[in-house]
Design a protein around this ligand. Structure first.
Ligand code: SF4
Length: 328
């Protein structure tokens, strides 16, 4: 097993439910004693909900559009063809949806919808998802963000656009060698879009298409993490003369959380990661992050909130494991 890792998603899962954290990251602990449960859990780990898929496909369609916009501005490529991009993504989704529907869920594949696994949807579920994705792209194109990005492309130094078609794990890694006590922890974080322009000016953008928080105060931990990643690339944890503007933008409403990163934001996120890692270590044998061997599955408790279980991907295996745990 590789050493312990930290990511915003990972700590969110742990805070949501310890058992879900076990199923998501440590289910190999079931393999020897309960091979059938282990196999089903492995299949369930690949499931996505329709909402999660919609979010992923929003990132994909925006990324395709931004790559074309970049090519248009920097390499004199054609103007991005919005309709061709929508067509490409819609057709891909129709094919994927059909594959997911036809699966019998007895063996491992790369993609399934949890609603198909639990037999909760019919074919009419697809069209509204595609419509939402198209609405998200159109909201972005009509927004001020589009104008700002276009202008910044013209003054670019360095541009990063996440490509969900080809996840680049090397690019996602955060170099934590300059933070004592985190040397053995691997950290993955990657904004959807960032660019450097002028001297030491950065813009970081992250799209959100899930349930909106109406809170506009403060900068989220995820945005702080992305800013820290930029500093660490320069072997530093001090802002000094750097100016980092961060935006979390909800689509299609364009509701945003944004701000300019201060040293306090960086110090706070480092402290949070250190605290999170200490918490994560409590679920490891001898709290050894390098070995990263989980405690027995019974050490991971279930959430007491029934509401969280209603849509949990692992609800079928969770119930089966509960029965064997009570018989143990
Ligand atoms: S079904 Fe509920 S208790 Fe079980 S893993 Fe999911 S959220 Fe946790």
């Amino acid at each position: 097993m590789t050493s312990l890792s930290w990511s915003n998603t990972r700590i969110t899962v742990l805070e949501y439910c310890q058992k879900k954290y076990f199923f998501t990251y440590y289910s190999d602990g079931l393999k020897r004693k309960y091979p059938e449960l282990w196999k089903t859990t492995k299949i369930l780990r690949k499931l996505k909900s329709l909402d999660m898929w919609m979010w992923e496909m929003t990132h994909k369609i925006l990324s395709l559009y931004l790559f074309e916009l970049k090519k248009h501005i920097l390499d004199n490529g054609p103007i991005p063809n919005k309709n061709a991009i929508i067509d490409l993504v819609s057709k891909g989704m129709e094919e994927t949806f059909a594959i997911s529907k036809a699966n019998d869920y007895t063996d491992f594949v790369e993609f399934w919808l949890s609603e198909h696994f639990y037999k909760e949807i019919d074919d009419s579920a697809l069209a509204p998802v595609i419509q939402k994705i198209v609405a998200n792209l159109e909201a972005f194109i009509a927004s001020d963000y589009h104008k700002r990005i276009e202008q910044r492309f013209r003054k670019w130094h360095h541009i990063y656009i996440e490509d969900p078609r080809r996840p680049n794990f090397e690019m996602m890694k955060v170099d934590v060698r300059h933070i004592p006590w985190l040397e053995n922890i691997s950290i993955l974080a990657s904004p959807d879009f960032w660019l450097m322009f002028g001297d030491n000016n950065y813009l970081i953008l992250d799209w959100k298409s899930g349930k909106e928080s109406l809170d506009v105060s403060g900068i989220t931990d995820q945005l702080r993490m992305y800013a820290l990643k930029i500093l660490l690339k320069q072997k530093n944890t001090q802002i000094e003369n750097r100016h980092i503007d961060v935006y979390e933008v909800y689509l299609p409403s364009l509701h945003e959380k944004s701000g300019t990163i201060q040293q306090e934001d960086i110090d706070n996120i480092i402290t949070k990661i250190l605290e999170d890692v200490e918490y994560q270590k409590q679920f490891l044998v001898e709290q050894d992050a390098e070995r990263n061997q989980p405690l027995n599955h019974t050490a991971f408790t279930r959430t007491s909130s029934g509401k969280k279980c209603i849509w949990c991907t692992f609800r079928s295996v969770c119930q089966q494991l509960k029965e064997v745990e009570s018989a143990e």
